[in-house]
Write a protein that binds this ligand. Sequence first.
Ligand SMILES: *[C@@H]1O[C@H](CO)[C@@H](O)[C@H](O)[C@H]1NC(C)=O
Ligand SMILES: *[C@@H]1O[C@H](CO)[C@@H](O)[C@H](O)[C@H]1NC(C)=O
Ligand SMILES: *[C@@H]1O[C@H](CO)[C@@H](O)[C@H](O)[C@H]1NC(C)=O
Ligand SMILES: *[C@@H]1O[C@H](CO)[C@@H](O)[C@H](O)[C@H]1NC(C)=O
Ligand SMILES: *[C@@H]1O[C@H](CO)[C@@H](O)[C@H](O)[C@H]1NC(C)=O
Ligand SMILES: *[C@@H]1O[C@H](CO)[C@@H](O)[C@H](O)[C@H]1NC(C)=O
Ligand SMILES: *[C@@H]1O[C@H](CO)[C@@H](O)[C@H](O)[C@H]1NC(C)=O
Ligand SMILES: *[C@@H]1O[C@H](CO)[C@@H](O)[C@H](O)[C@H]1NC(C)=O
Ligand SMILES: *[C@@H]1O[C@H](CO)[C@@H](O)[C@H](O)[C@H]1NC(C)=O
Length: 885
Amino acid sequence: MKAMKIFKRLLYAILLPLLFDLLHPLQAQQDQSGFISLDCGLPKDSSYSEPTTKINYISDRPFINTGSSNSISAEYKANLQQQVAFVRSFPQGIRNCYTLNVTKATKYLIRTTFLYGNYDAQNKLPQFDLHLGPNYWDTVNFNSVNSATFKEIIHIPSQDHLQICLVNNNSGTPFISALELRPLENTTYVTTTGSLALAYRLDFGSTTNKSYRYPYDVYDRLWTPYTQKDWTTITTSLTVNHPDAQVDFRPPSIVMSTGVVPLNASAPLEFFWEPLNETKKYYIYMHFAELQQLQSNQSRAFEITLNGKSWFDEPFSPGYLEANSVYSTRASTASNFSFSLVRVNNSTLPPILNALEVYRVIEFLQPETEQDDVDAINNIKSSYGVSRNWQGDPCAPVAFLWSGLNCSYKDSDTPRIISLNLSSSGLTGEIASYISSLTMLQSLDLSNNSLTGPVPAFLSQLQNLRVLKLNGNMLNGSVPAELIERSKSGFLSLSVGDNKDLCASLSCKKKNNVIIPIVSSIGALAVLLTAAAIFIILKRKKKYDMRLGSRLTVQNDSLEPKKCQFTYSDVLKMTNNFERTLGKGGFGTVFYGNIEGTEVAVKMLSSSSVQGYQQFQAEVKLLMKVYHGNLTSLVGYCNEGTNMALIYEYMANGNLESHLSAGDGSQSVLSWEGRLRIALDAAQGLEYLHIGCKPPIIHRDVKTPNILLADNLQAKLADFGLSRIFPTEGGTHVSTVIAGTPGYLDPEYYITNRLNEKSDVYSFGVVLLEIITAEPAISRTQERTHISQWVGHVLADGDIRSLVDPRLEGDFDVNSVWKAVEIAMVCLSSMSIKRPSMNEVVIELKDCLAMELARKNHTPSTDLVASSEMISIDSSTELIYPLAR
Ligand SMILES: *[C@@H]1O[C@H](CO)[C@@H](O)[C@H](O)[C@H]1NC(C)=O
Ligand SMILES: *[C@@H]1O[C@H](CO)[C@@H](O)[C@H](O)[C@H]1NC(C)=O
Ligand SMILES: *[C@@H]1O[C@H](CO)[C@@H](O)[C@H](O)[C@H]1NC(C)=O
Ligand SMILES: *[C@@H]1O[C@H](CO)[C@@H](O)[C@H](O)[C@H]1NC(C)=O
Ligand SMILES: *[C@@H]1O[C@H](CO)[C@@H](O)[C@H](O)[C@H]1NC(C)=O
Ligand SMILES: *[C@@H]1O[C@H](CO)[C@@H](O)[C@H](O)[C@H]1NC(C)=O
Ligand SMILES: *[C@@H]1O[C@H](CO)[C@@H](O)[C@H](O)[C@H]1NC(C)=O
Ligand SMILES: *[C@@H]1O[C@H](CO)[C@@H](O)[C@H](O)[C@H]1NC(C)=O
Ligand SMILES: *[C@@H]1O[C@H](CO)[C@@H](O)[C@H](O)[C@H]1NC(C)=O
C-alpha cells in the first residue's frame, strides 16, 4: 500500500497558526514549577496567565539588555495565544543573546517561538540563525506572515546558565516571540551523545484537528494533529493512563486517546520520511495505547520494521488504556526512514499507532567558556559598566569573541580567557577584585583609565601573568613587591607610569608604614643584577628615544613616559607635508598625521604667538606628565626655531560641536545616555585639571569644539594647559585669542580680569546646555540670545520637554534632564563663588546618568553612583625605579 509522504505534510502542520482550544475548563491547575516562560517584547515587569493554556508568562526584559519591543499587527492577533502578540526585535548588533539561569545537568525542553505578524510594517519575512551558547542550532525562516515557526531542542546545559542567541545573517532583522524552558526527567530522551532537535511530534488520528500542549501535557510538549488517507481513526472517551514505568514519557491522555489503524485491516500501517541529509542521526519515539476493550477471542499484535528490518524484537501488543512507548536507544541514520507496523498472523485486529516523536541529533562541539571565567568577566562588565556589545559566550565561537579579550582554545577543552584589554575605556573606581578569578590571565591592560586606589595584591596571585599595564591611571600606594620582583626577573612586563602617586619600588614601602618585605640575600643579588641590566636598557633607550622610528619598538616603556621630541622633518613626514587639515584651533591649525601606523593630530602653533617663549619646552614636558583618560594625550612635540608643533592622539569621531549640530543625518543622533556620558567625561577631565594637578591647570577655552570624541565616543578635552604656555596676565595679542570664544566667557572674568577654576565651570555650564538642547551658545537669530537666557525663559514656563533636543524624540528620563539643566544653570551663576566645583559637578552628573540607566533598567553599578574620590598628582613625582638611576 502507498504511504503518504510525511515530511511534506509535516512542515505544513508545524507551521499551523497557534490555535489551541481548550475544550473543557481545566480541572486542576497543574504545577508549573521549573518552567521558564518568557513573552519576548512584553513590557518590562509585566506578566499574565495565558487565557487558554494558563501558562504564566513574564516579560523577557530581565534576561536581555538589547533589542526593542514591538507588537504584531492587530489583524493577526485574533485567535492566537497571547505570548505571540509582542516580539523583541534586534535591529542592532550581529549577535544578541538571552541569558537564563538554569539548573546545571538538568534536561530541558527548550522552545523558541517566532511569529512575524508584520510587526515592523515592512511585510518582509526575515531569515536568521539561532545559536545555543557558542553553537549554531538552526536557521529560522518563515512560510507566511501569520504562521509560527518553532524551534525546539532537548538539551542538558553544562553550566548553570544558558544562552540563546539570535544571529543576523544579512537576511533581515532577527526577532523572537516567546522563549520557553521545561525541565524533563533525565531518564527520558536519553542519547549516547548530543542534544535532540525536534523534527516531528505528531498526534495521530486527532478528531479535533487541534494542537495540544500544557496543561494537557505536563512537560508542555506541543503535539500536532496528523493522519493519512489510508488510515482510519479510533478513539476512546476514557483516560489513557501512564503506567508506573521506570522510563515514563507521560504522553498526554488527550493525545493518546486517539489513534490510527489502516483502513484495510489486513494491510500494514506505513509511514516514512526522507531526511534532508542522510548523515543526520535520528531518535524515534512511538507511543501506543489500546483503545478498545478486547474480547477473549480478540487480539492485537504487530511487528515494527524499519526499511524492512525488524526495529522492535518481538510482536507488540499495547496495554488497554495504558501508554506504552517504544523507542530506539541509539541513533539511526538512513536515506529513507520507512516504517511498517505489520499485524502478526494470529492477531485479530490491525496495528495501531497513537503518537510519534522524531528528533534529530545535534552535536554541539564548541564548548562554552569555563564558567568561572564567564562569571568573572560578567562581574567585571557590570561593575565597570562596560558599554561594549559584550553578549553571549565571551570566547566562543571565535567569530564572536568579545572585543578586548583573547582566549585559549586547546582541542576540546573549554576556552579560557588569557588576555583582557580594557585600556582607554573610561574605567573608574578601584581595580576590580573579580579580575583575580581570571586565573589563566597572561595579559592585563587597564592603562589610560581613571582607576583609583592601590594596586591590589591579588594581581600577584595570577601566576600566568606576563604583561600588566596600569599606566595612565590615578592609582596610588605602592606596587606589590612580588610584581616588582617578577618584573625585575623578566617574567613580567610591568607598566605603571603616569599614575597619581604610585611607587614602583621595593623601598617605597616605608612611606606607607608597611614593613619592608625581607628579601633573601640571593634574591637581593638577583635584584642588583637585573637592576644593572635595566640601567643598561634605559641608557640605550634614551639614545633611541628621540628618534622617530625606534620609539615605538622600545620594550618596557613603563620605565619612561612615552614622550618624544620630533624634528620638523619628522613632522613633515608624518603629516605628509600638511596634506590634510583637521581643523583650526585657538593656537593654530591642526593636521592629520601618521606615525608608523599610529594616527595622530598635529597642531602647528602659529609662529607669531609662540615666538620668544623659551618656556615652551619645559611646559610641554610638564603637560606630557598630565595624563587622564578624558584629556587628549600629548604624544610628542616639535620645537625647532619658529616651527612649533604639538602632537596629540587622534580622535576618530571629531568634536562634540559637529555631533550636536549635524542635523543632516550624516551622524547618528547621540542618545541621552550617550550625551550624559560625554558630559561626565568632559567634567572628569576638567576635575582632573583643577584638582588633580599641582599647580592646578585652568583650561580657559572649554567649548564644544574642544571636546573631542574617540571612536568609542569617549570624550576628551583638547587644548588644555596651553594657557600655561601662553599666559595672558600682562599679555599681549595672545590673550584675545585664548579668552575669546564668545558665549563661553565667564562674565565675572570679563569684568574683573581675574581668572580661576570657576571660569572653566561657567564655560562647562554652557557646554552642558548645548548638550541638552543642541542649540548653539549664542543663537544664530537676529537677537543673538545667549543660551542661558533662552533656557531661563523656557524653564519659567516649566516646559522642560521643549528644551530638549527634539531629535531625542522624548527618549530620556525626564528627571535626569531636569537635574542636568539644574547643574548647568548653577554652573552659569554670574558670581563665581555660587558655582560648584567640577568635583561636585561630576558627582551630580553621575546621578543624572544613574537615573537614565535606571530607566533603561540597567542596574547602576555601585562605583557609578558613589562619589568620586579626590585625586591629585604631584608633577614632581617621577615614576621610575630609584634603582635604575
Ligand atoms: C541569575 O543568577 C545570578 C546568580 O545567582 C543572579 O545574580 C541573577 O540575578 C540571576 N538572573 C536572573 C535574571 O534571575
Ligand atoms: C550565515 O552567514 C555565514 C557567513 O556569512 C554563512 O557561512 C552561513 O552559511 C550563513 N548561514 C545561513 C543559514 O545562511
Ligand atoms: C538521573 O539523575 C539521577 C540523580 O538525579 C542520577 O542518579 C541518574 O544517573 C541520572 N540518570 C541519567 C540517565 O542521567
Ligand atoms: C485540519 O486542519 C488543516 C489545516 O487547517 C486542514 O487543511 C485540514 O483539512 C483539517 N482537517 C480536518 C479533518 O479538519
Ligand atoms: C488489503 O491488504 C492486503 C494485504 O496487503 C491486500 O492483499 C489486499 O489486496 C488489500 N485489500 C484492498 C481492498 O486493498
Ligand atoms: C550532509 O552532511 C555532511 C556532513 O555535515 C556534509 O558534508 C554534506 O555535504 C551534506 N550533504 C548534503 C547533500 O547536504
Ligand atoms: C468473538 O466472539 C464474539 C462473541 O463472543 C463473536 O460474536 C465474534 O464473532 C467473535 N469474533 C471472532 C473474530 O471470532
Ligand atoms: C522511501 O520509502 C517509501 C516507502 O517505502 C517510498 O514510497 C519512497 O519512494 C522512498 N523514497 C526514496 C527516496 O527512496
Ligand atoms: C500468537 O502466536 C504467538 C507465537 O507465534 C504466541 O506467542 C501468541 O501468544 C499468539 N497470540 C495469540 C493472541 O494467540
